[in-house]
Ligand binder design. Sequence first.
Ligand code: CO8
Length: 376
Amino acid sequence: MHSKLTSSRCIISGTGLFSPTETINNDELVTAFNSHLINQTPDMADEERNKLLSSSAFIEKASGIQSRHVVNKQGIVDSTVMHPVLVERADDELSLQGEMAVAAAKQALKNAGKQAADIDAVIVACSNLQRAYPAIAIEVQAALGIQGFAYDMNVACSSATFGISNAVNSIVAGQAKAVLVINPEICSGHLDFTDRDCHFIFGDACTALVVEHSETVNKTKPAPSFEIVDCQLVTQFSNNIRNNFGFLNRSEENSNPRDKLFMQNGRQVFKEVCPMAAKHIRSQCEQQDLDPSTLKRLWLHQANLSMNELIAKKVLGKAASREQAPVILDQYANTSSAGSIIAFHLHNEGFEAGEFGLICSFGAGYSIGSVLLKAL
Ligand code: CO8
């Protein structure tokens, strides 16, 4: 049982990031894509085929992405394979997703000045879970030696912000004093590297945050503290980002293998999600009596550079500098729910006490989650 805490202020007290060591730049990815296309279309006239080739120039212009971290490079850049190649692990070994989660979580614990014994809940929140059960979160809980409870959850790109909101609710409800929210995203596993429209979009990474009660924060920890002032969540059904992978696939006869991987109508997503996200943030600020132009930093979901520039401009009322709206998608690509947290982890410096910043994720569902933070 927990001792009674006197108020219910929740703090992000430390963050962690695990980046796989292997990276693929646009040229390497495009070479693999184009070689695969040439191998698949031996009878096509060059003139016809040239129209179907991918290009680094397009990728950087359309998305802002230059490179991405991946859990396995060799399989992805081999034009005869075109997907990550992984070795299946025995049930008594730590899973790959568990391994990424443990690495990011250890860093977050260190930055928060916490031990495993100080944590009483683990939430693994991400777009793609490696297995149905037992929960990756429970495996991570055991690997770290944490007591209490753990569960997995999935709200696609908004998994981290919805996870933070759940952590706050658990703390306010008295179920937990300190929660680890972990986002192990292996997006390369669910990406069709032979589809020109999306082969460049994603990368792999894992982030972790310690969310805890204000009264338990370690005063000598290395990381800055941010109070969670408000979490706002919204969802609105859309088929524009969809993945039909699921446990009934085996039973569904003649189903299409392509839609068991990531699919999107990117243009439509862009058009619909940008105004939704900007309106969402502005209305959250209004409810908090906060002028959105005074937000010191916007840690936005990292899917597309133009999308972020547009949203930041609509929120702040003028074009945002890289300092105001940090960009990490150039080096990480879209890491789904980890993206906004990577931006927060790498760019949370320079705050005076009382200044505000905001984490906002947006993506499949559609789902939007925004977390208003005040520097302490
Ligand atoms: N190389 C060269 N040309 C290309 C390529 C390529 N690789 N791809 C497309 N083209 C061509 C097209 O054929 C088209 O040609 P034409 O004009 O002749 O028809 C032209 O380039 C323009 O194509 P688009 O209109 O598709 O290009 P856009 O400018 O719209 O850019 C983007 C495409 C980058 C996809 C852009 O639309 C975008 O980023 N949209 C937003 C996407 C987004 O935010 N999605 C969120 C999804 S993430 C999420 O929610 C998490 C899901 C779970 C993750 C699962 C892990 C896998």
